[in-house]
Design a protein around this ligand. Sequence first.
Ligand SMILES: Cc1cc2nc3c(=O)[nH]c(=O)nc-3n(C[C@H](O)[C@H](O)[C@H](O)COP(=O)(O)OP(=O)(O)OC[C@H]3O[C@@H](n4cnc5c(N)ncnc54)[C@H](O)[C@@H]3O)c2cc1C
Length: 416
Amino acid sequence: MKIIVIGAGVVGTTTAWYLSQAGHEVTVVDRQPGAGQETSFANGGQISVSHAEPWANPGAIRKILRWMGQEDAPLLFRWRLDSELFRWGLRFLGECRAPRTRANIRAIVNLAIYSRACLQQLRDQTGINYDQLTRGILHFYTDEHEYHHAAMAAELMRDYGLDRRPVDAATCVQIEPALDDARHLIVGGHFTPSDESGDAHLFTRRLAELAKTRGVQFLMGTPIVRLRGDATHIDSIERYNGERLQADAYVVACGSFSNTLLAPLGLSVPIYPAKGYSATFTLAEGENFAPSVSLTDDGRKIVFSRLGNRLRVAGTAEMNGYNMGLNAVRCAAIAERTQQIFPHLRTIGEPEYWTGLRPATPSNVPLIGRAQPSNLFLNTGHGTLGWTMACGSGKALADMISGVRPETDFPFLYRY
Ligand SMILES: Cc1cc2nc3c(=O)[nH]c(=O)nc-3n(C[C@H](O)[C@H](O)[C@H](O)COP(=O)(O)OP(=O)(O)OC[C@H]3O[C@@H](n4cnc5c(N)ncnc54)[C@H](O)[C@@H]3O)c2cc1C
């Protein structure tokens, strides 16, 4: 089949890879000059099944109210006249009920475990390198209440097959000695040895290069303005200059901007941009105080990943529309926490700050599968875990398009 994938982020690129592996003729189109230039550019770098608890959970409302109006809050809703945010917020509230949270954790753990295995297999097959480290992920806690709350979600994840185990503060420091200076702050942690880290942008770029050598065509600098067709069939996609591109099937993998193409067809997907921040520090030569086990500072919603000679610190979420501006207070909060946890870290120059828009669904469960025009497929809405779930989502969608049953138990779409 001839297939067009719209979007060359980590999700679109992995989809194209697996479609091509299944024997399809694949073209990827993206408005950016290269692959992985938007949300997949400078994320936290974690392949973290252990991060499967969605923001929407029974404890979320209390926290959001407590953080309201706090400029450096880990999760900040900037309420304003925005009907899209209002509708999304209502659905988010519905997902905070305990049975919904349990179902969402199960779906995310299943897909994320599958995805991590797909990534490992792809790495073995291709030898792709992206500053990856397979040393596990350690969640650490500096607040008793947070630690207690995390125990419940962690138990659920264990029930669903994840090796996320509780550890005391001393063991946290044994696992990652760079935490020694913060020993007095830590009340406990959870270690998931099977989780990993690596640079999502490097991976996406290199996978796109590999895909090109295997016949996938990339049309970069190509914004798509419209999907043309009716409720039963998409005929073509239209570039801004009116030119049309045709295929047998189309995949929308446009991250936070998926609605722009889908809404005119009457397919409104519940995706809202959740802005996150990252700071990338270049480490001084011989630096010994930087972590190499990827870390999650769960209470602050910040992660630390070693990417070669860089330390990526990323996280926090701001619901503020499509605004990509850097807020000085939020950047400073990330830098100050880094300094507090690693006071002896030696870096070169200023950190590089960046913001990206996570394509967040209210449940954090992505939308993967067939839409209503039957030759249209979605692979979008991966929220906080797009890097973690990309390979599994791409492989599962390629299977569905090829008429093969996906290998993981997940609520795929069969007609959205
Ligand atoms: C601060 C931060 C930290 C994060 N940390 C992690 C982490 O540690 N682990 C993890 O798993 N996930 C993490 N994430 C989430 C992850 O980065 C995202 O879920 C993932 O990058 C989404 O990938 P995507 O391919 O769906 O979207 P994108 O990477 O945004 O790709 C979408 C592509 O579609 C293209 N596009 C959109 N509209 C059009 C159009 N009309 N025409 C042509 N092209 C179009 C864009 O140019 C873009 O290239 C983090 C996110 C942020 C912001």
